[in-house]
Design a protein around this ligand. Structure first.
Ligand SMILES: Nc1ncnc2c1ncn2[C@@H]1O[C@H](COP(=O)(O)OP(=O)(O)OP(=O)(O)O)[C@@H](O)[C@H]1O
Length: 306
């Protein structure tokens, strides 16, 4: 990883009428990093991305992308960055191959690269299919191929997996990982917590136009010091044992039971595990630490809604 950041932003602002869409965003994205802007709908992720892509002028603040100002539209940057357009922006009545070839031509890239890219994104057999006939996942792959056809160092992706079924999302995650493993810096926006957690080296958690926290997903979760939830099937402990445990662990462990589950919530799981082991109640045990959902709740005081 090079020491020069791929992107820096300082105090970015953007207002649309009464809406302050971006409200003082500062960030630094390292070269080679897989970076996520994470937040609920309307958090200002797309607007921030568009400023970094050079598609929108900020009202205030300063951005540098690969050492260059992205605005006004900077011709030195265009060959070095890839911007994934929404699938709906495809030209009408073109096949997947023709669509990609049109992008390749814009960048002066030859036809061999078009075939390579089709294969690379798993569309090798669909080159002759009309873009409008592709499935949601295939269309996303084609739009990613269009963003990559000129081999950019830095790729911007705006909610690349929105609307896809779980299998298609997983397949696309594999592709995105490969793109990053090639050495490219990847910046994506997402409102999916699991996606951010699984893919991103670091995320910026956004809400109401501001970045609330930036860090590696695991580090953000750890810093929260959220309790561990240990769950076993309801009835795993006899009522007498449970009553005794409640008395003994009072103040250290919160114990709740409904018809389905017996749940222990604690920052000190050892005595709970010892108790369950002693009573042969480990069958079906699940343990879960905090998640980015807890981080969001902690930062905003409200539940995260995708
Ligand atoms: N062109 C525009 N004109 C007016 N308001 C806009 C425009 N674009 C975005 N907004 C508003 O600015 C705010 C931030 O929008 P933005 O699209 O950046 O958020 P987002 O986090 O990407 O959300 P989403 O996932 O819904 O796209 C929202 O309140 C949105 O309604």
């Amino acid at each position: 990883m090079s020491a020069t950041p791929a992107i820096t932003a300082d105090g970015l602002q953007k207002r649309y009428g009464a809406v302050q869409a971006v409200d003082g965003v500062s960030l630094e994205i390292r070269t080679g990093e897989f970076f996520g802007l994470l937040g609920p709908n309307g958090a200002g992720k797309t607007t921030t991305l568009e400023i970094l892509e050079g598609l929108r002028k900020p009202d205030a603040g300063r951005a540098r992308v690969l050492g260059e100002p992205p605005w006004p539209r900077n011709p030195r940057l265009l060959p070095r960055i890839g911007v994934q357009l929404q699938a709906s922006a495809f030209f009408d009545r073109l096949t997947a191959r023709e669509q990609l070839a049109a992008f390749a031509q814009l960048y002066g890239v030859g036809p061999r690269r078009v075939e390579e890219m089709l294969a690379r994104v798993g569309l090798g057999e669909f080159g002759g299919t009309l873009a409008e006939r592709l499935s949601g996942g295939q269309a996303q792959r084609l739009s990613i191929a269009c963003a990559l056809v000129h081999e950019p160092e830095l790729v911007f992706l705006d909610e690349p997996t929105t609307g896809l079924d779980p299998q298609a999302r997983r397949n696309l995650w594999d592709l995105l990982r490969e793109i990053n493993a090639d050495g490219r810096t990847v910046v994506l926006t997402t409102h999916y917590l699991d996606e951010a957690e699984i893919l991103c080296d670091r995320v910026a958690v956004m809400d109401h136009g501001r970045i609330l926290r930036t860090g590696a997903p695991a580090a953000l979760v750890r810093a929260l010091d959220a309790p561990t939830r240990i769950t076993v099937p309801a009835g795993a402990l006899a009522p007498g044992v449970l009553a005794e445990a409640r008395a003994e662990l009072d103040g250290r462990v919160e114990i709740t039971e409904d018809e389905v589950s017996l749940v222990f919530s604690t920052r000190d799981p050892a005595p709970v595990l010892a108790l369950l082991t002693e009573h042969g109640a480990l069958h079906g045990l699940e343990a879960r630490g905090g998640t980015l959902e807890d981080v969001f709740l902690d930062l905003t005081g409200r539940e995260y809604r995708e």
